[in-house]
Design a binder for this molecule. Structure first.
Ligand SMILES: [Zn+2]
Length: 341
């Protein structure tokens, strides 16, 4: 076991000060918790033997979204720092209080992925977010933010990325996911902050919360290794530069109007047609109270798997306006030049 160093709240870790060709581990201290001691974020830096870009991976920004933790652990085992060009900055648990409480939110009930870059003075979540960006994320040249579905729901392996931007489109296609959602940026996400601040970033949604799903983790890992090959950080041939993913212009959730026992019918990544019955809400005597109809055609990105539902429960996450195969209107969609990234 290697030593883990503590970087105090007021200190900033400099990658340039670290020994090349080695793996370094740190506790990065952020804001104080109610024990009067700082939250400590675990950070692993794989410092390459030679110079190159710094790729950041963040997992568990939502504290119960855990597949990214295993993805990072497996990545560390795959990489030989003596053969790496550039650096990997890996954050297996970004939202430490949320992880401890097995919940999406920070300890004050705030979603960290809606308040980035936080505030120097403000609520506890805001101070934590501010220091997280300042001490960790600002080191990145590229960001892959690893998420999953929320509690009670399941996801396919899908990405959110801006496909109009050449750098983020390239990052997205390198992952070869099932589905890409070209969603408009939600303000306050880690991804949107990074993209606005010159760090090309995509969000990778890996399956389900509170679990390790190794087939999806291995697929995600392959996409990350492909990215590192593309950036010439590791040896090997780049694969899957033309995506076979279903690309959606945007996505939205269907909700129940009535409460009861819900059964959601389509499978993940299944295409549904306009007018198709996608879920039934039963009363507690087995009689159908409501049929949920897809009001437009789409593809199933995620779905509710918890049968107990109140009125207003999320049912099905549908990708809409499917635009694959990739049209001419997305610039550079036919060929890529590695020097562009
Ligand atoms: Zn998330």
């Amino acid at each position: 076991m290697n030593k883990v160093l503590i970087i105090k709240t007021k200190e900033i870790l400099k990658i340039s000060s670290l020994k090349s060709g080695e793996v370094h581990r740190f506790h990065i201290q952020l804001s104080d918790n109610s024990l009067g001691v700082p939250w400590r974020v675990p950070l692993i830096i794989v410092k390459g033997q030679e110079k190159g870009p710094t790729v950041g991976l963040t997992a568990a920004v939502h504290g119960n979204e855990l597949n990214g933790i295993s993805t990072i652990f497996k990545l560390i085992e795959e990489i030989d720092p003596k053969k790496l060009k550039g650096n990997l900055v890996l954050v297996p648990i970004s939202n430490v209080p949320g992880y401890l409480m097995n919940q999406r939110y920070f300890s004050d009930g705030v979603d960290l992925n809606r308040i980035m870059p936080g505030k120097e003075k403000g609520a506890s979540s805001h101070i934590y977010a501010h220091l997280f960006i300042k001490k960790i994320v600002k080191k990145f040249d590229y960001l892959l933010d690893l998420h999953t579905a929320s509690h009670g729901r399941v996801n396919s392996l899908y990405l959110r990325a801006d496909l109009e931007n050449e750098q983020t489109r390239t990052l997205a296609f390198l992952q070869n996911p099932q589905i890409i959602v070209q969603k408009y940026e939600i303000q306050g996400t880690l991804r949107s902050w990074a993209n606005e601040n010159g760090i090309p970033a995509i969000t990778i949604e890996i399956g389900n919360p509170s679990a390790f799903q190794h087939s999806l983790i291995d697929e995600t890992l392959e996409g990350i290794l492909n990215t590192l090959r593309y950036l010439k950080m590791i040896e090997g041939k780049v694969k899957d530069m033309v995506t076979s993913a279903t690309i959606c212009d945007h996505s939205y959730w269907l909700y129940t109007k009535k409460g009861g026992v819900i059964d959601v019918l389509p499978n993940l990544a299944e295409k549904v047609t306009q007018g198709q019955i996608v879920a039934k809400v039963y009363d507690v005597f087995g009689q159908v109270r409501e049929e949920i109809i897809a009001d437009r055609a789409g593809i199933v990105i995620g779905k509710n798997i918890n049968p107990s539902c109140d009125a207003g429960t999320r049912v099905l996450h549908l990708g809409m306006n499917i635009i694959s195969p990739i049209p001419e209107s997305i610039p550079g969609s036919k060929q890529f030049n590695p020097t562009d990234v």
